[in-house]
Design a protein around this ligand. Structure first.
Ligand SMILES: Cc1cc2nc3c(=O)[nH]c(=O)nc-3n(C[C@H](O)[C@H](O)[C@H](O)COP(=O)(O)OP(=O)(O)OC[C@H]3O[C@@H](n4cnc5c(N)ncnc54)[C@H](O)[C@@H]3O)c2cc1C
Length: 342
């Protein structure tokens, strides 16, 4: 074990809060260090906010060109070069990283690239990316990393250390998580479990762990309990924001945005859901309360769940998806999932 080094300010994670705090503290003369394992500046400039907007901008340009004729600007056939789209984005990210490194240097903050973990109060052991370890003690330690939370999204494309952001139970039914062996469910007290209706956009299903409601960690189907309904609103973005990055264009909506509704929450679906939930719960006013697997009430049965499912073929296995993925220049089907290393 290396000798410990003392800092007045020690920050774990170089995300939005951590880096600004560190730069400010260092500028005011405090010996400051930030420990970051991968993203200089955090996820926002590297893989989240800014790269996504950069790609959306490319999509917007493509959309404008495609719809040019509707505005009187005729062009020839349009071809998307994903390699250029990616390079443009990478160039933007590189500039962001350079600007961050400049700020680290100018403020006098030491950036330590490695993975940190607490080994004692206010003490971090850092596994350095270049090899070796450092032991850092902070007079004050600030944490800018996320902790285990079953609802934190999977970060499939950029990290696969499953348990960092994932902890069972993932779904309503009581199941045994195939990786951790933990047996648990969000609902496991039949006498008191509520009726549940969950409405998800496409983004929630694919990106935010929603799929783990119906598929376990190794891809086996998971049954939905009778007192739960899972409703999937296809072709919708995060929080049902459809087309929010786009101005209305005539003709077909660009970027596959859902023409109903134009923006904001999908109020129609949620209102209908609330009404159905009320009827389901109240019904004729009686509640059997027995947890007999038939649902907790004797109300009006709501519509069946329509979540994509392996059981009815509305969901396919990863291998089937990989086989059907179209050949797009410079685009590869993800080689790994949250649960399997690349
Ligand atoms: C596609 C996408 C688009 C988005 N667009 C927007 C947007 O337009 N506007 C907006 O406001 N928000 C947006 N967000 C959300 C935004 O990116 C996040 O809310 C924000 O980046 C979170 O910042 P943070 O500092 O909490 O975490 P992070 O930026 O994730 O910072 C945590 C850092 O800690 C590091 N770390 C973790 N564990 C360790 C460890 N043990 N040792 C060392 N380092 C460690 C990580 O590598 C990471 O760099 C978007 C998110 C996504 C996924």
């Amino acid at each position: 074990m290396s000798e410990s080094e003392r800092f007045e300010i020690l920050v774990l994670g170089s995300g939005a809060g951590g880096k600004l705090l560190a730069w400010h503290m260092a500028q005011s003369g405090r010996r400051t260090a930030v420990v970051e394992r991968r993203w200089i500046g955090g996820s926002c400039p590297n893989v989240n906010c800014m790269p996504s907007k950069n790609e959306i901008h490319s999509a917007k340009v493509a959309s404008l060109v495609r719809h040019g004729a509707e505005y009187g600007a005729r062009t020839g056939p349009v071809e998307i070069d994903m390699g250029t789209v990616r390079e443009l984005k990478r160039h933007m990210v590189d500039r962001q990283i350079a600007a961050h490194l400049h700020n680290y240097e100018a403020s006098g903050t030491e950036l330590i690239m490695g993975s940190g973990r607490f080994v004692a109060p206010r003490t971090l052991e850092v596994q350095l990316n270049d090899g070796g370890t450092r032991l850092l003690v902070g007079d004050r330690v600030f944490i800018n990393v996320r902790f285990a939370d079953p609802n934190t999204y999977s970060e499939q494309d950029r990290q696969h250390n499953y348990l960092q952001s994932s902890y069972p139970p993932f779904t309503y039914a009581v199941t045994t998580d195939p990786l951790s062996g933990i047996r648990d469910g969000i609902l496991h007290r039949p006498r008191t479990d509520p009726l549940v209706m969950q409405v998800d956009s496409q983004s929630e299903f694919w990106q935010l762990h929603g799929s783990l409601n119906v598929v376990d960690g190794v891809g086996n189907p998971v049954a939905i309990p009778d007192n739960v309904r899972l409703y999937f609103v296809g072709n919708t973005a995060h929080a049902f924001i459809s087309g929010s990055f786009l101005f209305p264009t005539p003709g077909t909506a660009p970027l596959c945005s859902n023409p109903t509704p134009g923006s904001g929450l999908n109020w129609e679906t949620l209102r209908a859901t609330l009404r159905n939930l009320d009827r389901w719960a109240v019904g004729n006013g009686q509640d059997n309360g027995e947890g007999n697997g038939q649902g907790n009430s004797q109300g009006t049965e709501p519509p069946k769940s329509n979540y994509p499912s392996l059981l009815d073929g509305t969901l396919v296995t990863r291998n089937a998806a990989a086989a059907a993925f179209p050949a797009i220049p410079n685009v590869i089907f993800p080689r790994c999932t949250t649960l399997t290393s690349c």
